[in-house]
Design a protein around this ligand. Structure first.
Ligand code: BG6
Ligand code: MG
Length: 218
């Protein structure tokens, strides 16, 4: 059966978690509380709206609907300043090698991200052309760990869910891909991503025979 490969963006293709963190931290500090790197782990793979809800829980702040909307915008304006000057140097190691390997074999490639900023980031780092489709926070109503983002990506590349391989760095993302019955590859800490079928620290650990085996398997 035809295989498809779906990539998460933040933390898999580019290390944008640090920029999300700085923007959330600035907002937290303005609201009068601290926001640590450990707490930021909870934000990985999680939608912007849900992140703000968690942030306000951490700061024990009750927001009006209007304040909530204002802070969502403020965080994103700050985040956009950080990503404005991104270029190919911010692509995580060996990601282009794996994308090129798939492209050379005409394997469909999709993006499955919670971010609403996915397309401009891929453009800035020069990887947009590798993707046959982009499904991101603008196209789905249910955030990860709901499988909607990955199921839609599979549909758009015309591959059965069970024949899709997903690269994810977030617990919520691994849960979403598992719920979609896809083959999950955790990128990062194998203890944190223990629900993934395969685990690698980063793409430098993924050799081409491993990818070829995934393509060949029934
Ligand atoms: C995910 C990130 O990819 O996108 C989350 O891991 C982030 O941390 C989410 O909150 C939404 O991103 P954006 O760019 O739409 O605010
Ligand atoms: Mg991610």
């Amino acid at each position: 059966m035809k295989k498809g490969f779906i990539f998460d963006l933040d933390g898999v293709i580019v290390d944008t978690a640090k920029y999300h963190y700085l923007a959330w931290k600035k907002l937290a500090n303005e609201l009068g509380f601290e926001f640590t790197k450990e707490q930021n782990e909870l934000f990985k793979g999680v939608s912007r709206k849900r992140c703000l809800e968690i942030l306000l829980e951490i700061g024990k702040i009750e927001a009006t609907k209007e304040q909530f909307g204002t802070w969502m915008v403020e965080k994103n304006v700050d985040y956009l300043k950080y990503i404005e000057n991104m270029d190919a140097s911010e692509i995580l190691p060996d990601v282009p090698r794996v994308l090129q390997f798939l492209k050379d074999r005409e394997i469909p490639i999709a993006l499955g991200s919670a971010s609403k900023n996915a397309q401009p980031i891929l453009e800035k780092v020069g990887l947009l052309a590798y993707f046959d489709t982009i499904v991101d926070g603008n196209n789905v109503t249910k955030a990860k760990p709901n499988p909607e983002v990955f199921l839609l990506a599979a549909k758009q590349i015309g591959v059965n869910a069970t024949d899709c391989v997903v690269f994810e760095d977030a617990v919520a993302g691994v849960e979403a891909a598992n719920a979609a019955n896809m083959i999950t590859i955790g990128i990062g800490d194998s203890e944190v991503l223990s629900e993934a079928k395969y685990n690698f620290r980063d793409f430098t650990e993924i050799n081409t025979s491993f990818i070829q085996d995934l393509i060949n398997r029934n």
